[in-house]
Design a protein around this ligand. Structure first.
Ligand SMILES: C[S@@+](CC[C@H](N)C(=O)[O-])C[C@H]1O[C@@H](n2cnc3c(N)ncnc32)[C@H](O)[C@@H]1O
Length: 273
């Protein structure tokens, strides 16, 4: 199967074993200019600690759906749970294989297509719920959970729509539709937590980093190219402009005020009834 190169880029730049936003206990206490990559990594560790506090006491076996590069699975394994992992991504398959050897089974497929005879106590979808088709995802979760088992989802959902073309309105499930599907598929919502404010600092840091380091560097490279190779720079500039414009639109994804306007980053603990 394919490789998600955006996720691969995150893993190679941040170099933590997580692919999620992280969790900030006191975001207002941080000063963005003095933040480091280590602060981001610490927030990512804190995220799984906080998320794991939602796992009920009667859980032993966990299927980590959309396991990424294994940070959450490792944390849960060390916490004494029996873990299996799943992802459709080739790169992640290699990373998980190298990280755990044979200690943690890996299922290489989309969750919607997962086949097993086994049942689990809990399915974890940490920032992977938005990748999984809503109805198929709940229906599959029902199949692979024991009676009274749980689905713990932590992800961002669209809570407001307008006529804008904001990228925040794409690649995320509609909050109400997601909750309706849970109910229609026989899941009861037992706990929820809105962690939007605990996650936005990561976006703010990403935006700060791009504004401060990436944009000025790109400006300088463009200036130098135009000065030294004016003809080639003009041809290349025209060729790549539409692509660059669409990438700039994607940078809105780092705007935390726009995130708050359209999305909520939720934790949902559902129980199969
Ligand atoms: C943003 S990453 C989150 C990774 C990890 N759970 C974490 O919290 O660090 C999203 C994960 O969902 C996986 N994914 C994408 N489509 C999927 C699908 N249809 N079924 C299961 N996992 C999927 C990706 O390959 C990736 O592992």
């Amino acid at each position: 199967m394919a490789i998600d190169h955006v996720l691969k880029l995150y893993s190679e730049t941040i170099r933590s074993s997580y692919l999620h936003y992280g969790f900030w206990d006191e975001p207002s206490a941080m000063r963005i200019e003095s933040m480091t990559l280590q602060d981001i990594k610490d927030a990512q560790s804190r995220y799984i600690e906080h998320l794991a506090s939602y796992i009920p006491d009667d859980v032993n076996s966990i299927l980590d759906v959309g396991c990424g590069i294994g940070g959450n699975a490792e944390f849960l394994l060390n916490d004494g749970y029996e873990i299996e992992t799943l992802s459709p991504d080739d790169f992640q398959q290699t990373v998980i294989g190298e990280k755990f050897d044979d200690r943690v089974p890996f299922h290489h497929c989309k969750f919607e297509q997962f086949q097993t005879n086994k049942v689990f106590d809990l399915i974890l979808e940490s920032e992977s719920a938005c990748y999984i088709k809503i109805d198929e995802g709940f229906s599959k979760a029902r199949d692979v959970l024991r009676e009274g088992g749980y689905l713990l989802a932590s992800d961002y959902f669209v809570h407001f729509r307008d006529t804008s073309k904001s990228p925040h309105l794409r690649s995320s499930h509609d909050l109400n539709r997601y909750l309706r599907s849970a109910e229609d598929n026989g899941f009861e919502l037992v706990k929820e937590y809105d962690q939007t404010e605990n996650t936005m600092l990561t976006l703010d840091y990403g935006k700060y980093f791009i504004d401060r380091f990436i944009d000025p560097t790109v400006d300088y490279v463009v200036y130098s190219a135009k000065k030294n190779y004016p003809k080639i720079a003009s041809v290349i500039g025209k060729l790549i402009k539409p692509k660059l414009d669409s990438k700039k639109d994607q940078l809105d994804l780092l705007d935390s005020d726009l995130f708050r306007k359209y999305r909520r980053y939720m934790i949902f603990l559902f129980k199969k009834i």
